[in-house]
Structure formats: C-alpha cells, structure tokens
Design a protein around this ligand. Sequence first.
Ligand code: PEP
Length: 265
Amino acid sequence: HHPQRSTVWVGPAGHQVPIGPDTFTFIAGPCAVESPEQTVDAARMAASAGATLLRGGAYKPRTSPYAFQGLGIEGLQILASVRASTGLPIVTEVVDARDVETVAEHADMLQVGTRNMANFGLLQEVGRAGKPVLLKRGMTATIEEWLMAAEYIAQRGNLDIVLCERGIRTFEPATRNTLDISAIPVVQALSHLPIIVDPSHAAGRKDLVVPLTRASIAVGADGVIVDVHPTPETALCDGPQALLGSELRDLAQVVRQLPKVMDRL
Ligand code: PEP
C-alpha cells in the first residue's frame, strides 16, 4: 500500500532530522552512556563529524549479567541534557516494556535492539509510545521475521519505523556478526520503510567500519549508525568497535564523497 519509500522524521518540531530515500543520515555516539563528560565529549565528536542524531545506550542489553548494564534513568537524564547543549536529537534503546514511557519522555527515537526484535510485548508498547522507532534486525532473524516485527509496531498505529541491519550470526568468527549487505536491497524491494546499517555492532571491530559503511552506501542504505568514544580503551561497553573523534571525521569524509550523500552533509 506504500508505492513510495517513506521518510521518517526524528526530533522536535523545527529541528527534525529526516531518515529516508532523499538523504543519508549519519548517526553517531557512544555505545553506552557512562558519564556526563564522556557523553558530551562523544556528542561533540559526533557533531563535529557532521552527525545529525546522537546515539547512546542508557539501558544496555548485555550477554553477561555481570557486564555493565547501563546507567538507566540517570543515563537518560544525561542524554537529555546533552541534547539540550548540542541540539542533537537522541536515539536510545529500550529493553523492557515497563520502561517505554520513561524512555519516550527523554528520547527522540526509541531503539529496539537485536536481542529484543521478537519481544512482541515490547514492540507493541513502543508502537504506542508516539516516538519514531529504530528496529534492529534480530541476529538470527530472517528478513520476513524482521518485517513482521515491524508490523507489530505499525499495528499499534506507529508507522515511523526505521529498520537497521546490524549483522546476523553465521559460522564465521572473524567478525562478531556477518553484515548481511544483501538485506538492504531485499528489504527495499519489500518495504517502504527506511533502512540504515550499524557497521560497528555488525563487525565488533573498528577497522571494518569504513569499508562496511562504503558497502552500505553502495547498496543504497539510507544512513549509518556508528560508535564513537573519547577513550575507547576505557569504554565500559564495546570499546574495540568505537572510533576516535578523528577517525569519525575521516569516516564522514568518505561518506561525503559517495554519490548519494554528496552535497547533502
Ligand atoms: C546497540 O546499538 O547499542 C546495540 C546493543 O546494538 P545491537 O542490538 O545491534 O547489538
């Protein structure tokens, strides 16, 4: 029923950032919100590289229950204050249906992560929250299952959904997951929803962020979401995939030279 591909607008009226076929959206920020200083430093790095949305996890879905789980509400408050000082709208993950309202009060876009793509109760709650949703692909999900997860959100009246390919689990251990680059054109043929790529979480290695970003642009992705950290070696979460500010600016240079984004960033 949607012959034209959709654009999703994120952020407060007057400062909305588009994600869709007519632009290329560059999202960056720390994997996890660790402190006000670390978040503001990462946000400045993101802004100076040309990112227009800030990412950062306050609730972290970690494989190990002993790993850093995020600052929770305090992290949301840090994100909200960094938005006030930088003007960057915020995308942050919600992992529990009971937190949707609180996260939606602080964030401009709600992220559903790979581990929760098929958490249907959570999908229904974010569908009711009145904020755009970034729906990551489950690491073991087929494209059809992923699109059906989006339907759970849409069914609750929210069509502001952006899909994010972030790698799937394969037999190959050289990267954390295998970026399924073919998913981008396959999804675009099946769905009107915008689709972006997370090369940081797909690879788990920062040396692959530039080549995977190039590949994503080449196949027509509508944007990328990338980790940046002022001191990756001390990061509480996923330091090996985080770029430094200078590396993020180099990445932005690469992005700007590619046809879809020339003259837009
Ligand atoms: C994240 O973006 O912070 C994250 C945990 O990603 P994923 O759900 O893709 O692992």
